[in-house]
Design a binder for this molecule. Structure first.
Ligand code: GAR
Length: 229
């Protein structure tokens, strides 16, 4: 057995996604490259046709759909999702483009253990269509955020920002592409801090390297092409 096989996979996780799954792929790639000590136990989706599920299957990860269209309301759905997730006993839930609003009961069940990536510099531009909204508001910079999840939409303790400057000729598409490039570096980076014990979320408060994190870490330049950090 090679020494890389003996490395402890310290943090167990379940990934939740609803769509394309490029963030999941970036995380899986970092794990494959032995750059991220996380054990993804399963990839779950609310949408049976989510492309992210196909990506996960191709990499031999267990996948499961808890089909939102089969449940009468959000509360019933989230209870079914909890049951499915808990069968894998993960330490962490990684939201990677999971587009459903979570009930307070769900968030409380995984208190301090749900992490999310969002395509804006939170608390600015919560919700959808963030790239067009950043252009419409004539912001000088846009970007993405990684945060722990609270009861409120796109809210909760902010770990890090990856800013992306807005160019005069940007469209929502060109801007989205640079934000996505930043996401694919930011998320594995922050998950690495968690997996190696540098980052902790305790009672909704963040600690990084033993010090209280009162504002998000700003990681500039992640949108630029070149090898991921
Ligand atoms: C990402 O841009 C992520 O930030 C966003 O969904 C996209 C998923 O892309 N998440 C949210 O908007 C959550 N509020 P992906 O499926 O290719 O990873």
């Amino acid at each position: 057995m090679s020494s890389s096989n003996l490395k402890p996979r310290t943090l167990s996780a379940v990934v939740l996604l609803s769509g394309t799954g490029t963030n999941f792929s970036a995380i899986a790639k970092a794990i494959q490259q032995d750059a991220l000590p996380i054990d993804i136990r399963a990839v779950l989706s609310d949408r049976p046709r989510a492309q992210g599920l196909e990506r996960a299957r191709a990499l031999q990860y267990p996948t499961q759909t808890v089909d939102a269209s089969q449940y009468p309301d959000r509360a019933t759905y989230d209870q079914a999702l909890i049951k499915a997730i808990d069968a894998y006993a993960p330490q962490l839930l990684v939201l990677a483009g999971y587009m459903r609003i979570l009930t307070p009961a769900f968030v409380a069940h995984y208190s301090d253990r749900i992490i999310n990536i969002h395509p804006s510099l939170l608390p600015s531009l919560k919700g959808l269509h963030t790239h067009q909204r950043a252009l419409d508001a004539r912001h000088a910079e846009h970007g993405c955020s990684v945060h722990f999840v609270s009861d409120l939409l796109d809210d909760g303790p902010l770990v890090a920002h990856a800013p992306v400057p807005i160019q005069p000729d940007d469209t929502a598409q060109t801007l989205a592409a640079r934000v996505q490039a930043a996401e694919h570096r930011l998320y594995p980076t922050v998950l690495g801090w968690l997996a190696t014990g540098r980052l902790q979320c305790i009672h909704h408060q963040l600690w990084l390297d033993g010090a209280r994190l009162s504002q998000p870490i700003r990681l500039d330049g992640l949108y630029q092409s070149g090898p991921s950090p």
